[in-house]
Design a protein. Structure first.
Length: 208
């Protein structure tokens, strides 16, 4: 299915969102929203006082407020481990958000949170393939102990996991996902003999 061009995207209103799992990969995000993302900007960001966990028997993660994960898993974590690094995406249309809601499904609620940008915004089409993986580096510089040294908070939407009992205590790694499982979600455009996971979800939603 060809991606739509920016000319077919609503100009207003727009939504900013924080992505912390599979959707940090711009190729996956473009595939989910079904367009080229020319209207979007992206930058690295961090969500404080949340934890990111493996969803049981799945490749993707879910997040919980740290106080909730501390109750469920008995975790006593340092600043880095109770902070979720991800990407902020600016300029999402209402149609984009509707498709993202379908993609995330009823496992998540879309909630407003405050995040801290960790770099400048970049147009998604301007990203080189190698830079896409570096938006959330494997070994980033540590966060300052004094959070006032970070950029001012920005309110965005993000997807919070509903049922903590469906999460593992283990924290989720985007780097491991890219190395081991991203191919399932991005597919290969030159191969048409199988559906990718994203297409399967969209088909399931359309057939309900």
């Amino acid at each position: 299915m060809p991606l739509e061009t920016v000319d077919t995207i609503e100009s207003t209103p727009t939504v900013s969102a924080f992505f912390y799992g599979t959707l940090m990969h711009p190729k996956i995000l473009r595939r989910v929203i079904g367009n080229n993302g020319k209207h979007l900007q992206i930058c690295p960001a961090v969500l404080l006082d949340y934890t990111r966990h493996h969803v049981k028997n799945a490749d993707y993660p879910g997040i919980l407020p740290y106080e909730r994960s501390k109750q469920v898993f008995g975790l006593d974590l340092g600043v880095e481990e109770r902070s979720v690094r991800g990407t902020m995406v600016v300029g999402l249309s209402s149609h984009d958000i509707a498709l993202l809601d379908v993609f995330e499904g009823n496992e998540y609620t879309r909630d407003e949170v405050s995040i801290r940008p960790l770099g400048p915004l970049t147009e998604i089409p301007d990203l080189q393939p190698t830079v896409q993986y570096d938006l959330v580096p494997t070994n980033p510089p540590p966060l300052p102990q004094d959070i006032s040294q970070l950029s001012p908070p920005v309110k965005v939407d993000t997807y919070v996991y509903r049922n903590a009992t469906d999460l593992d205590a283990a924290l989720w790694s985007f780097d491991d996902f890219v190395k081991q499982n991203a191919w399932k979600w991005t597919g290969h455009e030159d191969k048409h003999d199988f559906y990718t996971e994203i297409d399967r979800r969209n088909d399931a939603a359309n057939n309900k």
